[in-house]
Write a protein that binds this ligand. Structure first.
Ligand code: MSP
Length: 518
């Protein structure tokens, strides 16, 4: 069976995790969970980027060694992923020896090959962004990305001969239209590559990092170091060529998908592919850049004091509702705004009123009028016929696969809305008095759609989906049902299936006066 590998960027440990980190990680988690639910094998990698001046300075400011500081901050990431129900298969830290060894091996391999050469570097450096800029790139003398002051650096440096990969990179983009995603971001990369320059990949001034083995006065540039995590974590051996790598590595690396924020798309679509070409490794199948969140309409920043703590939101709204909001609010790939009004609005209207209420009223009526069990009926065309079911499941499957999470969730909400309209139109609580068979039919069809919704929502809301499942009286595991539903359109219930009504999934939330709605 083919393994589908998905990665998040490895996060800097200079500060605690925020909603932006949670976003990429939840998205990768949903994709991995979807693959697993569909019976495929997924490998989901995340981790932390722990070297470089930015971390060293943050540690120094707190009077800690960089390693002790990283060890402490990394726990915040691990703890948050646990809380958010993230199902990663591995967590790589760039300070681990399994990573450092590989970085050193790759550096020396490229040096021996003539792809890394010594020279002199002079340019503007932004410490917080760990990025060099030419004078023309600066904005009013400041960092064009973050607007902070930059410093002039002149030092002996090793260079990766990035420019020599220009034509091969352009050819790769042309021949693999799926590589740069979403497609509207491709032009910027192509233009950037046309002007490509060699890349400085070592620093003598930076001490906190991986030393170049053959020239230890040099520290490997933090981005060169960080990008390698994607292969060091899964067992790449730099002393061997691609054919001689382990079967496990080849399996995991072939066709990998990288999720990244839009600001680091370039690193993953230009520098990283060129490094892989130099290493003689295949390129990832796709690199997907998602957008950025503003907070209540403003850029999120420490200085503005508006950094959103995902743990706090999860405590208030529930982990699953937060995961839902992040993927539902904006198309993956576009920018979005994280606002209390938006979160509360979606929570109440879509989760509490539409989904939660549909389950609740259906189970109430089944309990009251139909002996607390799903009527023993065969599927009909009344609410969703076989053909409609088939095209719906295909659309959801395909949307998840394309990372179009908002589309998959929209499909689920369309289903929920259709079911609610059906109940409103049929009024099974009245119908039961005049035509009990028709009332049973109505509730049976709605229960079918709720079962379908639970499976389709499972990657986004894993805990809620299981709760819905239990309340519908389903005994078997969701993945088994997913296979039957998505491969065979089989939405049957067990004969005489007893429901198990529980507490409401999404208690309505009032707007909190302590946190005004805007
Ligand atoms: N360490 C590098 C990545 C190296 S990958 C080989 C790095 N780390 S980071 O901690 O700064 O953050 C990485 C991720 O967080 C990016 O995907 C970025 O887009 C995401 N976000 C940070 N702030 C964000 C928002 N305000 N909104 C959405 N995502 C944002 O870069």
């Amino acid at each position: 069976m083919k393994t589908s590998t998905i990665t998040t960027p490895i996060y800097y440990v200079n500060d605690v995790p925020h909603i932006g980190h949670a976003y990429t990680t939840v998205a990768a988690d949903v994709w991995a969970r979807w693959k697993r639910l569909r019976g495929e094998r997924a490998f989901f990698l995340t981790g932390t980027d722990e070297h470089g001046d930015k971390i060293a300075q943050a540690a120094a400011a707190r009077g800690e060694t960089p390693q002790a500081f990283a060890d402490r901050i990394v726990e915040g990431f691990r703890g948050l992923w646990k809380k958010l129900n993230i199902s990663h298969d591995d967590f790589i830290r760039t300070t681990e020896s399994r990573h450092e060894r590989v970085v050193q091996g790759i550096f020396e391999k490229m040096k021996a090959k003539g792809d890394i050469v010594k020279g002199v570097y002079e340019d503007w450096y932004c410490v917080p962004d760990e990025t060099f800029f030419s004078t023309s790139q600066l904005k009013e003398g400041k960092c064009p990305d973050c607007g902070r002051a930059v410093e002039k650096l002149r030092e002996e440096s090793y260079f990766f001969r990035l420019e020599s990969y220009k034509d091969r990179l352009l050819a790769h983009y042309r021949e693999n239209p799926e590589f740069l995603q979403p497609p509207h971001r491709a032009a910027e990369i192509v233009n950037f590559v046309k002007e490509l320059k060699d890349l400085s990949v070592s620093r003598t001034k930076v001490k906190w990092g991986i030393p170049v083995p053959s020239d230890p006065a040099h520290t490997v540039y933090v981005w060169f170091d960080a990008l390698i995590n994607y292969v060091s974590a899964i067992g790449y051996d730099p002393s061997k060529d691609w054919e001689s790598q382990s079967g496990d590595f080849k399996e995991k690396w072939s066709g990998a998908v990288h999720l990244v924020g839009k600001e680091i798309f370039r690193f993953h679509t230009v520098i990283w592919p060129a490094m892989l070409m130099s290493m003689g490794l295949p390129l990832p199948r796709k690199v997907f850049a998602h957008g950025w969140w503003t907070v209540e309409g403003e850029k999120m920043s420490k200085s503005r004091g508006n950094v959103v703590d995902p743990a706090r939101e999860a405590d208030e709204f529930g982990v699953d509702a937060l995961r839902y909001f992040l993927l539902r609010e904006v198309p993956f790939g576009s920018d979005g705004d994280f606002s209390r009004k938006g979160l509360l609005g979606r929570y109440n209207s879509e989760l509490a009123n539409a989904l939660g209420n549909l389950l609740n009223r259906t189970l109430n009526l089944l309990e009251k009028n139909h002996g607390g069990q799903i009527p023993d009926l065969a599927p009909s065309e009344e609410l969703m016929g076989a053909q409609a079911l088939n095209s719906w499941t295909r659309a959801v499957d395909e949307a998840y696969d394309r990372l179009a999470f908002h589309e998959a969730l929209q499909k689920v909400m369309d289903l929920v809305d259709a079911a609610n309209r059906h109940v409103n139109a049929k009024e099974p609580w009245k119908l039961v008095k005049t035509d009990p068979a028709a009332a049973a039919r109505c509730l049976y069809e709605v229960a079918r759609l709720l079962k379908l919704a639970a499976v389709a929502l499972a990657p986004v809301m894993p805990t809620i989906a299981v709760e819905m499942w239990k309340q519908l009286g389903e005994a078997g595991p969701i993945p088994d049902a997913a296979k039957l539903i998505f491969d065979h359109g089989d939405l049957r219930f067990a004969p005489g299936q007893k429901i198990a009504k529980g507490s409401p999934l999404f208690p309505r939330k009032e707007s909190n006066p302590a946190k005004p709605d805007l």
